[in-house]
Design a protein around this ligand. Structure first.
Ligand SMILES: N[C@@H](CCC(=O)N[C@@H](CS)C(=O)NCC(=O)O)C(=O)O
Length: 311
């Protein structure tokens, strides 16, 4: 198997979700730091446009979105599982809630002025302005939820997580599953990146103990790598053959068509390519670029739109 290459940056909560799963599965991986804001030339040379963080690369296969990355890591290293059979459906649903509702509220809370001052303590004013402009554009100009609204909602969500932890170490039992990794990462940002605001966690002591257990999982064995070296890996590799994939056509778009795939909520930078798989859970595009060579770019169906490019 080619090595796992994670494209990410230290402050990314979604990257923390994947770093911890790599740790839980005791995997070795290469770490490529990407910029926090656009442009991200090496990353988008691989993805063909998708710019969110993190992205997992295995040779010439590029996996976008942490929901898909979780599935890929589970296939590669099934033990310990992050999808225990008995709770798989509920765990995935809680994970989706955490990655959307909980994340949005927690980040609106974390990015109030006292949090911004901590996150950007060493960054010049122009850097902060560039970050704010990038994220505002990503949201299509929409404002974030106000910190006051976010505070009350965050408190309620923390209480619900606390309730799930009564009498057990993790959200669905004695071992962590995908829901734990998804619920942990926005809270990790509060505790580790905006500690001035972490007092909100004091009202939910079981959440705090669970967070300590989650943190102790660690990140596995990362080894740093440059974006240029990762592109070379892609150029030197051949995408993995697609095996036994079922074609599920919901759009009237045939395999072999030129299509664009984009996120359905924010950060809509599209990726264009040839549709070579559309399974019940994921899409795969083939694309060729000067810097990447021929790659397969994979997306989950959930959270993404698929459109045909007019000839
Ligand atoms: N649904 C995506 C969400 C990823 C996401 O929103 N990541 C944030 C960073 S934690 C992001 O991309 N921010 C903008 C950027 O890094 O350019 C996933 O699960 O991977």
């Amino acid at each position: 198997m080619s090595e796992l290459i994670l494209h990410h940056y230290p402050n990314s909560p979604f990257a923390e979700k994947v770093r911890l799963i790599l740790g839980y599965k005791q995997l070795a991986w290469k770490s490529v730091f990407i910029p926090m804001i656009m442009p991200k030339p090496e990353l988008t040379a691989l993805t063909g446009g998708y710019r969110k963080t993190p992205v997992l690369q295995i040779g010439a296969d590029i996996y976008c979105d942490t929901a898909l990355i979780c599935d890929v890591l589970e296939d590669l290293a099934p033990t310990p599982t992050i999808y225990p059979n008995a709770v798989q459906g509920a765990a995935r649903i809680v994970a989706q809630w955490a990655d959307s509702a909980l994340f949005t509220v927690a980040m609106a809370y974390n990015f109030q002025p006292a949090g911004v001052a901590q996150v950007f303590a060493d960054v010049p004013a122009e850097g902060v302005q560039a970050f704010v402009a990038d994220r505002t554009a990503m949201r299509g100009g929409a404002a974030r939820m106000s910190p006051t609204d976010a505070t009350g909602t965050y408190k309620s969500y923390l209480q619900r997580i606390n309730n799930m932890l009564h009498g057990q170490d993790f959200l669905f039992g004695a071992q962590p599953c995908v829901a734990d990794f998804a619920a942990y990462h926005p809270l990790w940002f509060t505790q580790e990146r905006t500690p001035a605001l972490a007092g909100i966690l004091d009202a939910t002591p079981e959440v705090k103990s669970w967070m300590a257990r989650m943190k102790s999982i660690g990140h596995g064995t990362p080894d740093s790598c440059s974006g240029e070296a990762a592109l070379q890996v892609a150029r030197d590799a051949t995408p993995t053959a697609l095996q036994g994939t079922v074609f599920q056509d919901e759009h009237g778009i045939a395999l072999g068509s030129k299509v664009v795939i984009a996120a359905d909520n924010f950060g809509l930078e599209p990726t264009e390519g040839e549709l070579i798989a559309a399974t019940p859970t994921r899409y795969t595009l083939r694309r060729t670029g000067d810097r990447s060579g021929t790659v397969h770019v994979h997306f989950p169906r959930l959270g993404f739109t698929l459109k045909k490019v007019s000839p």
